[in-house]
Write a protein that binds this ligand. Structure first.
Ligand code: HEC
Length: 132
C-alpha cells in the first residue's frame, strides 16, 4: 500500500513537473529571418493554446483540419508534427492549402503566432534544443 502510494506520488510529480522542462525557448523564423523569444514577454502568452497563436490555429486551421471532416484534410493538432516539421510547414508553405489561398485570411503576424504555438507545443518539443 505504502509502495503504491509512493509510486503514485512519483508519477504525479513527473506528470506535473516534467512537461514544464525543456520547452523550446526561442524559435528562428525563416520567413522573417528573426529569432523569436517564446519563454517570456508577450510572445509567451501569444504562443499558448489560449493566446492568439492557439486561437488562430483553432479557428482557421482546425476549421478544416478537424477530426473526421469530409474535406479530405487530415486531422491536425499541435502534436501531429515535431517543432522542426511545423517550422517547415510555414517556411516552405508546402501544404496544398497554403498554396490554394486557404491561408490568405491570416496576416503575417498571425502566421508567426500560429507557428510559435505549434513549434512550442509540437511533438517531442521537450527534446528540441536546437531551433535550426
Ligand atoms: C479550407 C480548408 C483548409 C484550411 C483553412 C487549412 N487547411 Fe491544411 N489542408 C487542407 C486539405 C484539404 C489538405 C489535404 C490536401 C491534400 O492532401 O491534397 C491540407 C493539408 C495540410 C497539410 C499537409 C498534411 C500533413 O499532414 O502534412 C498541412 C501540414 C496543413 N494542411 C496545415 C494547415 C495549417 C497549419 C493551416 C492553418 C494555417 C491549414 N492547414 C489550413 C485544408 C485546409
Amino acid at each position: 500500500m505504502k509502495q503504491a502510494t509512493s509510486a503514485l506520488v512519483i508519477l504525479l510529480v513527473m506528470g506535473i513537473a516534467l512537461p514544464a522542462f525543456g520547452r523550446p525557448e526561442t524559435r528562428y523564423d525563416a520567413t522573417t529571418k528573426t529569432c523569436r523569444t517564446l519563454d517570456h514577454g508577450p510572445l509567451e502568452w501569444e504562443s499558448r493554446a489560449w493566446g492568439q497563436g492557439g486561437k488562430v490555429f483553432r479557428s482557421l486551421c482546425q476549421g478544416c483540419h478537424f477530426r473526421d471532416n469530409d474535406q479530405g484534410a487530415p486531422f491536425l493538432w499541435a502534436e501531429s508534427k515535431t517543432a522542426k516539421a511545423w517550422n517547415r510547414v510555414f517556411s516552405q508553405k508546402y501544404p496544398p492549402c497554403a498554396q490554394d489561398g486557404s491561408w490568405d485570411s491570416m496576416t503575417l503576424d498571425e502566421q508567426l503566432m500560429v507557428n510559435d504555438y505549434l513549434f512550442r507545443w509540437g511533438k517531442n518539443s521537450r527534446d528540441v534544443n536546437d531551433n535550426a
